[in-house]
Design a protein around this ligand. Structure first.
Ligand SMILES: [Zn+2]
Length: 281
């Protein structure tokens, strides 16, 4: 375990929030300490497992390494894309997002990076040039990509600010960065506390709010960002199941329909479990 300073502002002035543990994959009985930086508001695990220890918390069954990117993510990226451009998916998993772009855009050159060996093998089998390692291991040239995607990866990395700076370096001046992360300022976390499904301890080392994400993006070299909530009752219902029964549960369809309008309202109010940012330099 290592004790860290705030990744956003460098302060070592933190407020204890609560303890959490791995309710999802049961990788151990350890309790992890979640804190909030008093200076800037960033939420993170401290102390946290060292980088070399993190693989212990990603079991073979870890879903995003097999099936990834939720339907709402795929829907989100179905917008017109310009031909003859380069797109990078950081944390590409088995390559689903790359495949969905490839289906629509025959001339787009698609690249991926992932730290998981099996995910890299799967995405390479689909024909994509995927680098096994971190974004820093890839050593892409300056101003290389038109678009970079970071879908539920930023909360997993040891140094998110450095990752964003690297993204700013390899993105073209007119390029766009698309991010999706859990939103710590959300109704399910407020109600269910450490049973909030997106806490995902200790894999989620950081938790952002719209404000802390925006400030980190600015400090990494991005001046324009639009953050919006994603409307889905999924994490509210999953958190309720963990809170009530301590395990996953499937719900009948009418329950989903019933909770969809409040989920839309939560997204509008900025208190949904997930948020996305469209970012430019
Ligand atoms: Zn801070």
């Amino acid at each position: 375990m290592e004790n860290i300073a705030c990744n956003l502002c460098g302060a070592r002035n933190e407020q204890f929030l609560f303890y959490g543990y791995d309710i999802d994959y049961h990788t151990g009985e350890e309790q992890f300490r979640l804190v909030r930086c008093v200076s800037c508001g960033l939420v993170y695990i401290n102390p946290r497992p060292e980088e070399k220890e993190m693989k212990n918390y990603y079991p073979d069954s870890y879903r995003p390494h097999h099936t990834k990117h939720t339907k709402e993510s795929l829907f989100y990226y179905q917008e017109p894309l310009h031909p003859e451009r380069r797109v990078l998916d950081v944390g590409c998993g088995s390559g689903e997002l790359l495949e969905s772009i490839a289906e629509r855009e025959k001339n787009t050159a698609l690249y991926g990076v992932d730290i998981d060996e099996r995910a890299v093998a799967a995405s390479r089998a689909s024909g994509f040039p995927v680098i096994h390692g971190t974004l820093f291991d890839a050593h892409y040239p300056d101003s290389y990509f038109d678009e970079i995607h970071m879908i539920h990866m930023l909360e997993h990395v040891q140094d998110p600010k450095a990752v964003l700076r690297e993204a700013a370096r390899i993105l073209k001046p007119a390029g766009v960065l698309k991010i999706e992360v859990p939103n710590f300022h959300n109704i399910s976390r407020i109600i269910f506390g450490n049973k909030w499904k997106r806490l995902d301890m200790p894999r989620h080392l950081y938790h952002f709010t719209s404000r802390t994400l925006t400030v980190m993006l600015q400090r990494a070299g991005f001046s324009r960002s639009t953050v919006t909530g994603i409307a889905s009752p999924k994490y509210f219902l999953q958190s309720f199941a963990f809170w009530w029964q301590g395990k996953k549960q499937s719900y009948p369809r009418f329950v989903w329909y019933f909770f969809t309008p409040p989920a839309r309202l939560a997204a509008l109010l900025g208190i949904s479990s997930t948020m996305r940012a469209v970012v430019r330099k």
